[in-house]
Ligand binder design. Structure first.
Ligand SMILES: NC(=O)c1ccc[n+]([C@@H]2O[C@H](COP(=O)([O-])OP(=O)(O)OC[C@H]3O[C@@H](n4cnc5c(N)ncnc54)[C@H](O)[C@@H]3O)[C@@H](O)[C@H]2O)c1
Length: 456
């Protein structure tokens, strides 16, 4: 325990502890988002400890190995705070939490195989906190959760042991993560954050702590559930709009209309927000967030039919990629069975190393079911074993040995390729699911081209 504990419900106490940099911070879950969060707190001068169940991760961190190579800027911060001993990692939650004044939870909130949100990491840690949290501490949940989860679940779980009573000797609030993988430093230094506490005082206190660390606008919410509702609304807005454009793009293909041309012109209207069609929506946020809202709808007897339809459309898009591929093979009078297909890009979005819920996995599986052999090249996954396939280290000799190429992820690297690269393939088939290749240049290069949404 700290020598003299800070009362986290006391504005003056918290303010003094920030000014003297004596406030002790613990971040539970130091993955993609939690680690940069912990590093930001440590960089501000606050002693920060990261807790994780992943022993390898903890060991690497303590050995000075930065695990997030695709997060520009954090490598330097990592070196600095490891060197000046403001940050360290541990697997020992029982030792780290009681010593800390603020406990941030950046735990995973995935979903199960039936698309039901899985809050088991948060629930397990909440049960643990009920035994080990020091009195007058503040718990801040950064994970993405459904509105009502704090009020209906977390508080009673943390109260289980009977040692702790909300608003008496423990306090809770939320500050939902909103950074994009690959751009976390940029987002943490630019994007406004939402802050919601169990009472008005706690909201202000959380705001003062985050203000100390992040020089961004902190938007005060009336309570935790509203903050979590805003977080989900912004992401689900994107999921639905991508579905809208993807569905339109299927019709535009039939009409001979190029979706890219439509979007470029539509963007000129001041109140149009552009979203792009593609091979599907993956990642740790959008699909899950839609299912989180759908779960809330179920819980509250509400109807969210637009979200439901959006999910159906986005989950259909990999199937459409297969249709385009079969179509191109048919044009060549070739069978997909026994062919070799190069998948360019497996990340769920451009320029990040992340394959969580990526549509690439579904596309690869379906192509294999049709008898195709798959080769994978992704600049972020070189010579890795992914989906049971050893990915290529480079593209030397690959194009000339495959029948077709499918661009699944719009990595910047692929945008730099000369079109002639694609005509080296045996059947000159190119499927572009990300609007990278201009149909006219594909035609000029004599490619058998299918562009998702690119009716011509
Ligand atoms: N990655 C994103 O793009 C993103 C963006 C915004 C919000 N979020 C949200 O942030 C939260 C964290 O996501 P993430 O992407 O950082 O996840 P992650 O999987 O990268 O990291 C979570 C970490 O928690 C650890 N962990 C799991 N159970 C634990 C336990 N019981 N005790 C201690 N550690 C445990 C894991 O080992 C892992 O290192 C989620 O709610 C997610 O929805 C993620």
């Amino acid at each position: 325990m700290s020598d003299s504990r800070i009362n986290m419900n006391n504005v003056e106490d918290v303010s003094n502890s920030l000014n003297s940099k004596t406030l002790k911070v613990c971040v539970v879950g130091i993955g993609r988002i939690g680690l940069p969060t912990a590093l930001s707190f440590a960089k501000s001068g606050l002693e920060t400890i990261g807790v994780d169940i992943n022993e390898n991760l903890v060991q690497n961190i303590n050995n000075g190995k930065f695990p997030l190579k695709d997060e520009p800027g954090y490598d330097k911060i990592f070196d600095e705070v490891i060197k000046n001993k403001k940050f360290s990692a541990t697997t020992d939650i029982e030792n780290a939490v009681p010593k800390s004044d603020v406990i941030l939870l950046s735990l995973p909130t995935p979903m199960d195989e039936n698309n039901v949100p899985d809050y088991s990491a948060l629930r397990n840690v909440a049960m643990k906190l009920s035994e080990i949290l020091s009195p007058n501490s503040l718990v801040i949940v950064e994970s993405t959760i459904e509105p009502g989860f704090i009020e209906d679940d977390m508080i009673s779980l943390i109260s289980t042991s009977g040692r702790l009573k909300i608003n008496e000797n423990f306090f809770i609030g939320v500050c939902p993560e909103n950074a994009n993988p690959g751009e976390i430093l940029h987002d943490f230094t630019n994007l406004p954050r939402l802050v919601g506490g169990i009472n008005e005082n706690i909201t202000k206190i959380i705001k003062s702590i985050y203000n100390f660390v992040f020089l961004v606008e902190l938007v005060e919410m009336p309570n935790c559930k509203t903050a979590n509702a805003v977080k989900l609304t912004t992401n689900v807005f994107r999921d639905i709009n991508i579905a809208f454009i993807s569905e339109l793009s299927l019709m535009f293909e039939k009409l001979g209309i190029d979706t890219n041309v439509v979007l470029e012109a539509a963007k000129k209207k001041y109140n149009f927000q552009v979203h792009y069609p593609g091979s599907g929506v993956g990642g740790p946020c959008l699909p899950i967030n839609s299912y989180q809202f759908l779960n809330t709808a179920k819980r509250t007897g509400s109807n969210l039919s637009i979200i439901e339809s959006g999910r159906k459309i986005n989950e259909h898009m990999p199937e459409h990629v297969i249709k385009l591929t079969l179509d191109a093979f048919e044009e060549c009078n070739k069978s997909i069975q026994g062919s070799t297909i190069l998948i360019l890009g497996i990340s769920y979005k451009p320029n990040v190393k992340d394959i969580q819920l990526t549509p690439a996995e579904i596309i690869i599986k379906k192509l294999q079911e049709l008898g195709a052999h798959i080769r994978i090249y992704d600049p972020y996954f070189k010579t890795n074993d992914v989906f049971g396939i050893k990915s290529e280290e480079n593209l030397d000799d690959v194009f000339t040995n495959v029948n077709a190429t499918i661009i699944v992820t719009g990595h910047d690297e692929f945008k730099k390729y000369e079109i002639s690269k694609f005509s080296q393939t045996i059947d000159k088939i190119l499927i572009d699911t990300r609007g990278i290749i201009e149909p006219t240049s594909a035609k000029d290069a004599n490619l058998v081209f299918r562009g998702l949404g690119r009716g011509q």
